[in-house]
Design a protein around this ligand. Structure first.
Ligand code: COA
Length: 201
């Protein structure tokens, strides 16, 4: 099992001094904010639903963070900041990005290994995007997967999420399956892409 305070890796000295560690329960408010704002909009009628969605995301994540599953980890990229109102040298952990890695089981007809590791909920705080945070998270997950004895990583991405598709392509993921829209005709909805990366030992 991954210890809750395990530290994994960090960006080079010259960059923003970010490091990756397992997420903790006290990160929950920041993680929830990043996830909700990355996947839902606050404007229009969605604004009414937003607090409810946020509560759901928070409670689900709380359960997962408390779980004792040996093949589950939620990672947080941390940047240490010194809030102006704090005394000198009292740094706070500012969460800039997150990802979850968990073991899943495939059904016999699915084009995935029966027991595999699956990436989900990758999100980076808007202020810290395009600084390599997602790449750092993916690299760390690859290392953890190898440490756990797995040789592959899988994930889903929506067809219209071009930024994420570009990120996964750059990180070496390849398309395995295109799944048709979840909503029935006539509602348009993007397809889901199943992506795979074999890990080199
Ligand atoms: C997708 C996301 C996770 C990328 O995070 P990030 O930390 O900004 O990504 P990185 O800085 O590590 O970028 C790595 C590469 O991904 C690609 N990429 C990332 N953001 C991109 C963008 N907005 N446009 C085009 N390519 C992009 C680029 O190839 C980039 O390399 P480069 O900066 O050298 O060109 C972030 O935009 C996000 O949180 N989006 C909302 C949530 C989401 O869609 N999650 C994925 C669910 S499947």
């Amino acid at each position: 099992m991954t210890p809750s305070n395990a530290e994994f890796s960090s960006l080079p000295e010259s960059s923003l001094q970010m490091r990756v560690r397992s997420a903790r329960l006290d990160d929950l408010p920041q993680l929830t904010e990043i996830l909700t704002s990355s996947f839902y909009v606050r404007t229009g009628w969605m604004g009414w639903l937003y607090p409810l969605l946020k509560l759901g995301i928070s409670e689900d994540l709380r359960q997962r963070l408390r779980s004792q599953n040996p093949h589950y980890v939620c990672l947080a990229v941390i940047r240490q900041i010194l809030p102006v109102q704090m005394a000198a040298h009292t740094y706070c952990d500012c969460v800039t990005g997150t990802i979850e890695l968990s073991q899943r089981y495939a059904l016999p007809w699915q084009p995935i290994k029966p027991q595999h590791l699956y990436l989900s909920n990758l999100a980076v705080h808007p202020e810290f995007r395009r600084q390599g945070v997602a790449q750092l998270l993916l690299k760390t997950c690859e290392q953890i997967a190898l440490d756990w004895g797995f040789d592959d990583l899988y994930l889903h991405v929506m067809e219209d999420n071009l930024q994420a598709r570009q990120l996964y392509r750059k990180a070496g993921f390849q398309l395995v399956q295109l799944k048709s829209a979840s909503l029935p005709w006539p509602w348009p909805s993007p397809r889901r892409l199943l992506m795979h990366k074999p890990l080199a030992r």
